[in-house]
Ligand binder design. Structure first.
Ligand code: ATP
Ligand code: MG
Length: 431
């Protein structure tokens, strides 16, 4: 026997029964997006490397050390597996002039790739839901996007405040950040001996990034750094206050965290994260903010935009921690087929039932045939189905099928007419 081949490290198979949780989650997301007027967008998983270098910023964790980049040996193109999808959405929106007739609300669900050290809640292929509102200046859509998250938590059964809480900040505008940047550099230079290697490298290229450090040894220094909030002008403050007022009116509590910066350079004004205490250092489940200059930076006609990205694996881990699972899915019925002779009629009947909305699991033959009635009933029981449909020779000869309730001891077995399957489908279907 040859050696088996294993999945790439940090990239996971999503298998039953866990995949049912994913399906359930994605169904809730699609319904949520529909109710908020967000339309689906699907962009390629591979993009030109330049898109991310230009979009996310050269001196960011993602671009410096986390991207899967390669040269296409067929034509020499420099490509990357997408580490996030805001840049890809902006590219697509610009390439297809999607904003020519006004703003667009878009969403996606799909895999992202980052070459990180795999651990719980941190993988090399992971999945995000993202929502992006392009062509809107806010602050109304900023608040709408945040409230949309809260609705998702609620519909999943999570409790905001207990399982997840919102952190909020404003990064102001580029010119405000320039003044802050000078103050920041002065602060860090005054304590140069406390900077780690990353911070020293970023001191003059991207000092704001230092605030995003995960190094506990630098926490005190970062805590004491000048706060961007104090450098904001009246307009930026008014925008921020309007977001806060809308959240207040909706009864959403949040913490203003003046040191919150995000991992990409494209953000301005509103930034936010939904964080949890239950997943250790992988505590950020969802993050987002405004990126009013990204579209222009990537060659599009200037237009404001705001969005968020949510890590599905982390959210599902959080659900697990909170003891929340997908509702159990069992078929409505299991078809017991004692002999191969009745199989064509059984299958035809199942076809009619399925068309009428009933979920039926058919007993399928193995190498040794269909197996005994006893073993078929065992399977029917294990499937969780509420009814067994018995396609016995005698019943089928009479043009009937026996319906046996499997979960209620008091309910009696009865027969139904095969040719009328659509008429009695309702009694099988779970409400
Ligand atoms: P972190 O600070 O934990 O590295 P991040 O700031 O890099 O997160 P974003 O780029 O904002 O994360 O991505 C949005 C969300 O995607 C994160 O909040 C997280 O839930 C998820 N995410 C990011 N990287 C990974 C990963 N390697 N594995 C699993 N989920 C991830
Ligand atoms: Mg990261």
């Amino acid at each position: 026997m040859s050696d088996t081949i294993q999945a790439v490290k940090g990239m996971n198979d999503i298998l039953p029964p866990e995949s049912a949780t994913w399906d359930w989650f994605e169904g809730l997301v699609r319904s949520l997006m529909k109710r908020h007027g967000y339309l689906g967008v699907r962009t390629p998983i591979v993009e030109p490397t330049a898109l991310f270098v230009r979009g996310l910023g050269e001196v960011t964790d993602i671009v410096e050390k986390e991207m899967y980049s390669f040269v296409d040996s067929m034509n020499g193109d420099r490509l990357s597996l997408r580490p996030e999808n805001t840049a890809g959405v902006v590219r697509a929106v610009t390439e297809h002039s999607l904003l020519r007739d006004g703003g667009k609300r878009l969403y996606y669900i799909g895999p992202m790739f980052r070459h990180e050290r795999p651990q719980k809640g941190r993988y090399r292929q992971f999945h995000q839901v993202g929502a992006e509102a392009l062509g809107f200046a806010g602050p109304d859509v900023d608040a709408e996007l945040i409230l949309m998250c809260r609705m998702l938590w609620r519909e999943l059964g999570l409790v905001e405040g207990r399982d997840l809480r919102l952190e909020l900040n404003s990064l102001g505008q580029p010119e405000e950040r320039r003044a802050h940047r000078e103050a920041l550099i002065a602060h860090f230079e005054a304590h140069a001996e406390l900077l780690d290697e990353d911070a020293r490298r970023r001191l003059h290229s991207n000092p704001l990034r230092i605030l995003d450090t995960k190094n506990p040894a630098m926490r005190a220094l970062v805590e004491a750094a000048p706060q961007l909030m104090n450098f904001l002008g009246a307009e930026s403050l008014a925008h921020f206050n309007a977001v806060c007022a809308a959240l207040d009116a909706a009864g959403l509590t949040y913490r203003i965290n003046p040191r919150l910066v995000r991992g990409m350079d494209y953000y301005n004004l509103t930034v936010f994260e939904w964080v949890t205490e239950r997943l250790g250092s992988q505590g950020t489940v969802c993050g987002g903010g405004r990126y009013d200059t990204l579209i222009e930076q990537l060659g599009g006609k200037p237009a404001p935009a705001v969005g968020w990205g949510l890590g599905i694996e982390r959210l599902l881990l959080l659900l697990q921690e909170a003891g929340i699972g997908a509702p159990a899915v069992a078929p409505d019925a299991y078809a017991v087929v004692p002999s191969p002779a009745t199989m064509p009629i059984a299958l035809r009947t199942l076809d009619a039932l399925r068309a009428a909305g009933v979920s039926v699991l058919m007993h399928a033959a193995g190498r040794d045939g269909l197996g005994s009635m006893k073993s078929q009933f065992k399977r029917a029981d294990a499937s969780g189905a509420r009814h067994a449909l018995i396609f016995g020779d005698e019943e089928v000869a009479r043009g009937e099928v026996a319906v046996k309730p499997l979960r209620e001891a008091s309910a009696a077995q009865h027969t139904r007419v095969l040719s009328d399957a659509a008429l009695w489908a309702d009694e099988l279907r779970t409400a």
